[in-house]
Design a protein around this ligand. Structure first.
Ligand code: ZN
Length: 267
């Protein structure tokens, strides 16, 4: 293992191969019977089915344990997989604060068994990791620029500081009526007044809003706000679908995946 400065704790240690998104989040995506069983991975400029893990030597063992115990161990087994979606089942048992069709808002503390702190840590650790380097390979960029907010996020992930000011994290659990089995690497979305970053693991969308102009109601009605809201909405799958269609027009598509699309359109 190479020695180096761990990006999280800042100490010189042996560095482990860290995954930007934990490998276990990809496991349920491997279709059992497809000719290419690898998960669909979407970045800003590339779409393909890949078994390649987005990983780099970034953190020491102690800090990897912080990621594991902070949220990964709890959340990963609850993500959507080919057999079901345990986290959705947990959320759906709770009484929503608000419901309109498939869109519902829940107070996190009202969901039996739900660990809000672990969910927040999981999300923030991935946004932070995405900000410390470009994780892309072969000319694909996987990076988000947190600017001056990167340091307070690092302190929070380390457990040394409370959740940073002027930002809020949205957690949205998708209903199983929409296709869930994909992954979106962290991206920055177009937004005028403040910065918005997103990533998606099977069944759960994380959106981080950052900046002085994040609206107060957004700060209050979020997973990290006073109201501690977890939402459930199929919206992400729809925009993901749209992004995917847009991306199909402009992104470089891996040769294997484009063969798969052609085969599928012939059926
Ligand atoms: Zn460390």
């Amino acid at each position: 293992m190479p020695m180096g400065i761990c990006k999280l704790c800042g100490e010189e240690k042996e560095l482990l191969k860290s995954h930007l998104i934990p490998a276990a989040a990809f496991k349920p995506l491997r279709a059992r019977e497809a000719s290419n069983p690898n998960p669909l991975v979407v970045t800003n400029d590339w779409i393909g089915q890949s078994s390649e893990q987005v990983a780099a030597h970034v953190c020491c063992r102690g800090c990897e344990d912080i990621f594991n115990e902070g949220g990964e161990e709890w959340l990963l087994p609850l993500l959507a997989n080919l057999d079901g979606f345990p986290l959705y089942e947990m959320v759906a048992k709770a009484e929503p604060l608000f419901r309109d069709g498939e869109v519902a808002l829940y107070r996190a503390e009202g969901i039996p068994g739900f660990e809000l702190g672990k969910t927040i840590h999981f999300g923030m650790a991935i946004f932070w990791k995405a900000s410390v380097r470009d994780w892309g390979t072969k000319g694909r960029e996987i990076y988000v620029d947190l600017g001056s907010y990167a340091e307070p996020v690092r302190q929070f992930v380390l457990g040394r500081a409370p959740f940073p000011g002027r930002m809020c994290l949205g957690v949205c659990v998708l209903p199983p009526t929409v296709p869930l089995l994909a992954t979106l690497m962290p991206v920055q979305t177009k937004q005028r007044e403040f910065h918005r970053f997103k990533f998606y693991v099977p069944g759960v969308e994380f959106a981080l809003n950052v900046g002085k102009q994040v609206p107060p109601e957004m700060l209050e009605w979020s997973a990290t706000g006073v109201q501690q809201i977890v939402s459930s909405s199929p919206e992400f799958a729809r925009t993901f679908g749209r992004n995917y269609v847009d991306a199909l027009a402009t992104a470089r598509i891996s040769p294997n995946f484009s063969r798969h699309l052609k085969e599928r359109s012939r059926r």
